[in-house]
Design a protein around this ligand. Structure first.
Ligand SMILES: Cc1ncc(C[n+]2csc(CCOP(=O)(O)OP(=O)(O)O)c2C)c(N)n1
Ligand code: SF4
Ligand SMILES: [Mg+2]
Length: 292
């Protein structure tokens, strides 16, 4: 039987009836009240439950950061690894056992500062894992420093004269790196977030979901619920998710962050390519034997 955490009575009933409790651990999230990350505590269990993926077949991998605490709060296998190293760990897990559903969760600092070198390779090799990147544009865990996705003029302890560095554009980067599924969600719209998580996990290949999320404690001016709520918008009607150029054009419009699926395509995964290498090596060995 799944562990039974303590929740408010009605909330517990609602979670139990939805089947999501099976995926929840006894540990209660330690995030600040109101943090955007609470959206994943309901969202991911909901997505896994709807997809019928059992906790025993799921591994949630993270690095270090407030967002990276997530494996503690789910009743799946988990790996709270090193800062910036979630993707290599996840690659190893998936390569060792392709039957597992491997989900990486992390923040903008973890993924695009110290861990930035791993992202292109996970994407281009099309490793069949899902990357849920919670972007609050700040280092939350270490008490609010500028990150690679912080806005220009953002004021933090490490940018006391305001940030003048151009922020990265993760959606554009992932499209360029060759991710085969790219989408964007907002923590303030949890139902859509859950639907997009579901689609990202169901995708065969490297799926990247960029999730805009407020750090309510250390960002009172930029990525707040009020500001994000005004900015985010729907996908333009008729957006063709097979059109990479259209997806890139959308990703470049950072003033109007569209929520939904930007791009999806099918391509051989890393595991497919390993099989192909084994086939080629076997053929090579057979040819050598035949020629003595
Ligand atoms: C090798 C190493 N360098 C630096 C740190 C300090 N550190 C911990 S979390 C973090 C950044 C967290 O920011 P982010 O990944 O955006 O996650 P958030 O807390 O915002 O969810 C840093 C710099 C560390 N733990 N290990
Ligand atoms: S410090 Fe920011 S990101 Fe971390 S839990 Fe608190 S609100 Fe969330
Ligand atoms: Mg962050």
């Amino acid at each position: 039987m799944a562990p039974q955490p303590i929740y408010l009575e009605e909330k517990l009933k609602e979670i139990q009836e939805s089947g999501r409790l099976v995926y929840r651990s006894k540990a209660m999230p330690t995030w600040c009240p109101g943090c955007g990350y609470f959206s994943m505590v309901d969202g991911l269990p909901g997505a896994l439950n709807d997809l019928g993926i059992a906790p025993k077949d799921t591994v949630v991998v993270s690095g270090i950061g407030c967002s990276s605490r997530f494996p503690f709060f789910v009743n799946t296998y988990g790996f709270h690894s090193l800062h910036g190293r979630a993707l290599p760990v996840a690659t190893g897990i998936k390569t060792a056992n392709d039957a597992l559903t491997v989900i990486v969760v992390g923040g903008d600092g973890d993924g695009f500062a110290i861990g930035g070198g791993h992202v292109p390779h996970a994407a281009r090799r099309n490793i069949d894992i899902t990357y849920l990147l919670f972007d609050n544009g700040i280092y939350g865990l270490t008490k609010g420093q500028t990150s690679p996705t912080s806005a220009i003029n953002f004021h933090t302890t490490t940018s006391p004269y305001d940030n003048l560095d151009q922020p990265l554009n993760p959606l554009l980067m992932l499209l360029t790196y060759g991710a085969t599924w790219v989408g964007q969600a907002y923590a303030g719209q949890p139902q859509q977030l859950e639907e997009l998580m579901k689609e990202a996990i169901a995708h065969r290949g490297f799926s990247y979901l960029h999730i805009l999320s407020p750090c309510v404690t250390f960002d009172k001016t930029d990525r707040t619920y009020v500001n994000l709520g005004e900015l985010v918008c729907d996908m333009p009607p008729g957006h063709d998710t097979s059109n990479l150029s259209a997806a890139m054009a959308l990703a470049m419009d950072t003033a109007h962050p569209a929520l939904g699926v930007y791009y999806k395509t099918e391509r051989a995964t890393l595991a497919d390519n390993f099989e192909e290498i084994v086939r080629r090596a076997a053929g090579d060995a057979a040819a050598k034997r035949a020629t003595g």
